[in-house]
Design a protein around this ligand. Structure first.
Ligand code: XMP
Length: 319
């Protein structure tokens, strides 16, 4: 008779056996997966765990602060928090190819993570929030020449490079099970219910070249969109919702003047595990109201579109 409480006990036992009295590093992204991993590890091995949170400057509005507050105020977990946004944004300037973006971010992430991890004495393990679908996707799409759909690198390659052994306590779980485990571990519902957010962050929601200006516009538009979704009580019905800022300026009218600003696309999908997805059937009222709010409240955007592509053939993200 399988329960999440039993899974938790079992996972804690397994972690203790694997780790012994050694030190473990855990990369914290602020997402549900890495958070649940960290809290489970903390419960299993306490102060043998140190978390490293790298702010790559590609997070959503106020997200870095929220993560730090959450872990410092609610948990007694050792946390190294580093603002490396200038480094990442600088390296991404002029890059528009999605895979190059991922690789650039992945490589820098490894360098930066390694720098901070080196400060942790005697670390032998690296904990990662790898889920079952991550395992499947990387298996089923690898093998052929460049058939990897997207390099979900996150910290891929890091364990080898640092000579660390992997701890992956969520490897057998689907997203909904990770949430259940999070609840079991006492994480607040508001946190557990948060939509998934990709490792490369806003970089892949900014198709084409990334600029600080576009990132700033994107952050504001995304915050308005999510606010709308929450206000209409739709957040929990949706697997993932976000804005992508499009690499095109369009003409509009505002008062007596002509505008020439960015267009954006709203994305919202339902899904069970992220492997397939359907677009969310918002009402026209909702879409109209949201478009009006974004255009009125976010300087730099004068056109809003809604993406009605399902996965497959589309992907959830735009890149
Ligand atoms: P796609 O766009 O492939 O996304 O349909 C499926 C799920 O994976 C997330 N995603 C990523 N997560 N690094 C990540 O950590 C990535 O490079 C990446 N690309 C997509 C996406 O947000 C969705 O939840």
């Amino acid at each position: 008779d399988w329960t999440m409480a039993a899974y938790r006990e079992e996972a804690i036992k397994t972690i203790r056996e694997q780790v012994g009295d050694k030190q473990v590093i855990c990369g914290l992204s602020g997402g549900v997966d890495s958070s649940v991993t960290a809290i489970l590890l903390h419960e299993a091995i306490g102060d043998q765990l140190t978390c490293v949170f790298v702010d790559h400057g590609l997070l959503r509005l106020d997200e870095a602060e929220q993560v730090k507050t959450m872990f410092r105020e609610n948990y007694n977990i050792k946390l190294i928090a580093a603002d490396e946004s200038d480094l990442f944004i600088g390296a991404l300037e002029g890059v528009s190819d999605p895979e190059v973006k991922r690789k650039t971010i992945g490589k820098l992430f490894i360098d930066v993570f390694q720098k901070y991890a080196n400060e942790i004495e005697g670390a032998e393990f690296l904990a990662q929030g790898t889920l079952y679908p991550d395992v499947i996707e990387s298996v089923s799409f690898s093998g052929g020449p460049s058939v990897t759909i997207k390099s979900h690198h996150n910290v891929g390659g890091l364990p080898e490079k640092m000579g660390l052994k992997l701890v992956e306590p969520l490897r057998e779980l689907f997203k909904d099970e990770v949430r259940e485990l999070g609840r079991e571990l006492g994480l607040p519902d508001s946190f557990i219910g948060r939509h998934p957010f990709p490792g490369p962050g806003l970089a892949i929601r900014c198709p084409g070249e990334i600029t600080r200006e576009k990132l700033e516009i994107l952050r504001k538009a995304d915050a308005v969109y999510i606010d709308q979704i929450r206000k209409h009580g739709l957040y929990d019905e949706i697997w993932q919702a976000f804005v992508a800022i499009l690499p095109v300026r369009t003409v509009g009218v505002m008062g007596d003047g002509r505008t020439y600003d960015f267009a954006c696309a709203l994305r919202a999908v339902t899904s069970v595990d992220g492997m397939t997805a359907d677009y969310y059937p918002f009402t026209h009222e909702f879409l109209g109201e949201t478009a009006t709010r974004i255009i009125n409240e976010v300087k730099g955007i004068n056109r809003v579109t809604y993406d009605i592509t399902s996965k497959p053939p589309g992907t959830i993200e735009w890149e």
